[in-house]
Design a protein around this ligand. Structure first.
Ligand code: C2E
Ligand code: CA
Ligand code: CA
Length: 561
């Protein structure tokens, strides 16, 4: 039996323990005064494993009870070696039992500190619970994405008004490629540090992923944060020396104020990310504020987006597809159908995709919705093919889907599951996809086409590097955006433009589909340009699958004039 610990010894133990705990972040800490076999353990550990108290005599013995029977001997041997002075430290892994009976894998490291006579005095160390999510980013030492969400949730729960900012470094990938990862890492560390020193404190600065950081502030206004952002931006733009290289960087940032609280953390994140992407893609890094205040219209918009977003996790309730026929330009027979997404609810009515897709695209949930769209379209396509055997179903893709690792495998899985003929599937990519890495996009397109799937370039002419895209990637079809043919009955220039487009598509071996045919006049003129197919209200607006099926029962020329 050990002596009762003295007040003095206990106070010393506490001081030592606290200095340990400061640096331990999200590992558990323990410290044992070996003379009394009296220990203090982290409260988090005591709570997680339901130990009797933070302060314990014979903590090693108590803890042993929690260790998996198969791991106990090794643990006991290790501990004995330490207490008998045969060993000065230990480093082991074992399973520890939680109150619910499950085991967590823990790694435990510790060292012995001797007193002036060289006798073992303290045994202290850290236990890391590998089943517990770490809240710390090891590279920057800041809180990570999990820490961010955990804090955000508690702010929302406590209805604390906050400003949340997301900032990132542009072109970090290039820096990594040119100068190596160690330089990239230094930049990240410097950036995190800078945010921490100049904007919020350590607790309010987070590294989310890659080159993106976030801050949460309860004190500063959006204006103050905007000012800070401009200063930081100037600092990085001016350039910084790392080792022997000098690098100047451009930043992007989005900001959001949260004063109303019937939104969840994921929606807040999606809105923030949306503002960030706006800054990156359209505002050359200027700070974009999602909302100054969430009153009136804006608040309704956010709540609507929240509802749409929740639908994804709620079995896609409210989402449905409508189909617009694609007709052969010469025969006017239906040869295809484009699937177009809709969302409907009692409260908000029917919401067209333009209002929510650009917003959802940056959401990590979007690929899941994309899979649902493809799956649904192929099931419906199977039904249509019973009446029009060669019908091709067109499905729109978002760059977020293409960007996701394993995208083509997802397509093959869905094709397989539905038993759909891949040659009757056409995937449409828009010019927004030029934001993707070109090599990646090329690989995806080549893989899809090798598997028989067709690929179309949608909204041709609305983006920037259209011709470059067509030249570098091979498409089966080029879809000309309706804005180029709207005035074709009156405007000679649109005719010349159309002529150039079809010429170019011909050079690269692609078919041309013209969208937005609204009148028979347009139809007659455009026919003369060697166009392959038409789509537009003149033939039909997008309709439900049931209406479409009803139509095609009467044959393939059901949409002809
Ligand atoms: P889009 O792919 O260019 O689709 C054509 C849009 O033009 C559709 O609008 C269609 O209803 C409309 N349209 C068709 N013919 C005419 C016409 O003669 N006159 C006029 N004024 N408009 C016509 P919608 O359904 O509102 O879709 C808008 C955009 O939303 C689509 O443009 C597409 O970029 C995106 N989208 C729709 N469904 C999906 C989807 O399932 N996935 C993805 N990623 N994007 C989608
Ligand atoms: Ca389309
Ligand atoms: Ca289009």
């Amino acid at each position: 039996m050990n002596d009762q610990i003295t007040e003095e010894a206990k106070s010393r133990l506490d001081k030592l323990f606290e200095s340990y705990a400061i640096i331990a972040e999200d590992t558990y800490v323990y410290l044992c005064d070996m003379r009394y076999d009296y220990s203090r353990w982290s409260k988090a550990l005591v709570d997680t494993f339901d130990l009797p108290s933070e302060y314990m005599y014979n903590a090693g013995g108590i803890w042993e009870e929690h260790i998996h029977p198969e791991d106990r001997k090794a643990y006991r041997d290790g501990l004995d070696a330490i207490f008998s002075g045969r060993q000065e430290g230990h480093d082991m892994q074992y399973r520890a039992k939680r109150p619910d009976g499950e085991y967590d894998i823990c790694t435990c490291r510790g060292i012995v500190i001797t007193d002036d006579d060289g006798k073992p005095r303290y045994f202290g160390g850290a236990i890391r619970n590998l089943n517990q999510q770490s809240y710390i980013d090891t590279m920057t030492g800041l809180r990570n994405q999990y820490g961010f969400f955990s804090d955000l949730k508690s702010y929302i729960k406590n209805k604390t008004p906050i400003r949340i900012g997301m900032a990132g470094i542009g072109k970090l990938t290039e820096v990594n490629e040119v100068y190596g990862y160690h330089v990239g890492n230094k930049i990240l560390q410097h950036f995190g540090r800078y945010l921490m020193d100049n904007v919020t404190n350590r607790g309010g600065t987070y590294r989310l992923d890659g080159s993106r950081f976030a801050i949460i502030s309860t004190l500063q206004s959006e204006e103050e944060l905007a000012e800070s952002y401009e200063e930081i931006r100037a600092h990085f733009r001016k350039g910084i020396r790392f080792d022997d290289v000098f690098i100047n960087m451009e930043l992007n940032a989005g900001i959001l104020s949260l004063d109303e609280f019937n939104v969840d953390d994921q929606t807040v994140y999606a809105c923030l990310n949306f503002a960030y992407q706006e800054s990156k893609r359209h505002k050359h890094g200027d700070l974009v504020s999602f909302r100054r205040d969430l009153t009136g219209e804006n608040r309704k918009r956010l709540e609507k987006l929240n509802a749409i977003r929740s639908s994804i996790t709620n079995g896609f309730e409210g989402f449905y597809l409508v189909y617009q026929p694609v007709v052969d330009a010469m025969t006017e027979k239906v040869i295809g159908a484009e699937a177009l997404l809709r969302w409907k609810s009692e409260e908000y009515g029917i919401v067209p995709p333009d209002l929510f897709i650009p917003f959802l695209e940056t959401d990590p949930l979007f690929p899941e919705l994309g899979e649902w769209i493809l799956m649904t379209a192929l099931k419906d396509g199977t039904k249509l093919a019973e009446h029009v055997p060669d019908i091709v179903i067109n499905v729109n893709l978002s760059y977020a889907q293409i960007e996701k690792a394993g995208f083509t495998d997802t397509v093959w899985n869905i094709v397989k599951q539905t038993g759909y003929d891949p040659e009757k599937l056409c995937l449409e990519v828009t010019e927004r996809c030029r934001l993707l890495d070109m090599e990646l996009l090329r690989n995806v397109i080549v893989t899809l086409r090798a598997g028989g799937v067709r690929v179309a370039l949608d909204d041709f002419g609305t983006g920037f590097s259209s011709v470059g895209l067509v030249k570098n990637l091979s498409f089966d079809t080029i879809k000309i955006d309706r804005s180029f043919v709207q005035q074709i009955e009156q405007d000679e220039r649109e005719k010349r433009l159309l002529n150039n487009f079809t010429d170019m598509a011909g050079t690269f071996g692609a078919d041309v589909c013209v969208e937005g045919i609204e009148t028979s006049g347009m139809c007659d003129i455009i026919k003369g340009y060697g166009i392959h197919s038409f789509q537009g209200y003149y033939y039909s607006k997008p309709i439900s699958i049931d209406e479409f099926l009803e139509k095609v029962k009467s044959g393939a020329d059901c949409f002809a004039r």
